[in-house]
Design a protein around this ligand. Structure first.
Ligand SMILES: [Zn+2]
Length: 247
């Protein structure tokens, strides 16, 4: 039960629906004096942002033989809500769905975006990414990261980009969102243990980063950056973590 409640609390602070947030959550941002270099000093609960050894994002270089199954993604298409949470746009689904990994089954919690992308692959930088956050029954988190280059307009995200909530706390309803259509046909992925990329930088997060990027148009990227000019944490040391490639 302990880790279950821990998971809920983490989501309340860093990611998900606010059900048990502290009364005065410390303000953080992507620029000094409350930016990534200062996150660890802003509040006791953020200490891992400074002292953690398995932090995200990383520059991904596969270093361990992987024998990984295909991702089992079960996201039913349906209505969604897009919320401006002050740091990014956060998407929740009316019928959330789930995914299954060798470590278990994880319910979909929310998807949000970063510009530029946080994860790099072999030093390659991408202008945009989506993080799909999941949680298992014990409260453990697993995130899928999708990377995007600038190119063809992204049709799945078009209704979101064309009607974004523009102020913190605002929400916009979408009639239909099909998360699976955001995924590339070839679903090779890197996997490793890491952290939340926002305070409190909690570790024990299982990351799956899709190797093949999708696209969004220049206009879609610019529209997002009008609201969030830069919302990516810098690359963190990999240290001696195993990074596997599978699919
Ligand atoms: Zn994220």
């Amino acid at each position: 039960m302990r880790s279950y409640y821990l998971g809920i609390t983490l989501l309340a602070i860093g990611l998900g629906p606010v059900t048990a947030a502290p009364s005065n959550p410390p303000h953080w941002s992507y620029t000094s004096p409350s930016g990534p270099d200062e996150w660890g000093d802003l509040h006791d609960t953020h200490a891992l942002c400074n002292t953690g050894t398995q932090q995200s994002p990383i520059n991904i270089k596969a270093n361990t033989q992987g024998d990984l199954p295909t991702l089992d993604l079960q996201y039913p298409a349906g209505p969604a809500v897009v919320k401006h949470n002050g740091h990014t746009l956060e998407v929740t689904l009316k019928t959330a769905g789930y995914m299954t990994l060798p470590s278990g089954t994880y319910d979909f919690v929310q998807m949000h975006f970063h510009a530029p992308a946080e994860m790099q692959i072999e030093g390659h930088k991408y202008p945009f990414s989506a993080h799909l956050v999941h949680r298992d029954a014990a409260g453990n988190l697993a995130v899928i990261a999708l990377l995007f280059n600038v190119g063809e307009k992204n049709k799945t995200l078009a209704p979101l980009f064309s009607n974004m909530p523009r102020h913190e706390g605002d929400s916009v309803a979408l009639n239909n969102l099909d998360l699976k259509s955001l995924f590339p046909a070839k679903q090779d992925y890197f996997t490793f243990m890491g952290s939340l990329t926002t305070p409190p930088c909690t570790e024990g997060v299982r990351w799956q980063v899709l190797k093949v990027p999708g696209t969004i148009s220049k206009k879609q990227l610019n529209d997002f950056k009008q609201l969030f000019p830069m919302n990516a944490r810098p690359i963190q040391p990999t240290n001696d973590r195993p990074v596997k490639l599978g699919g």
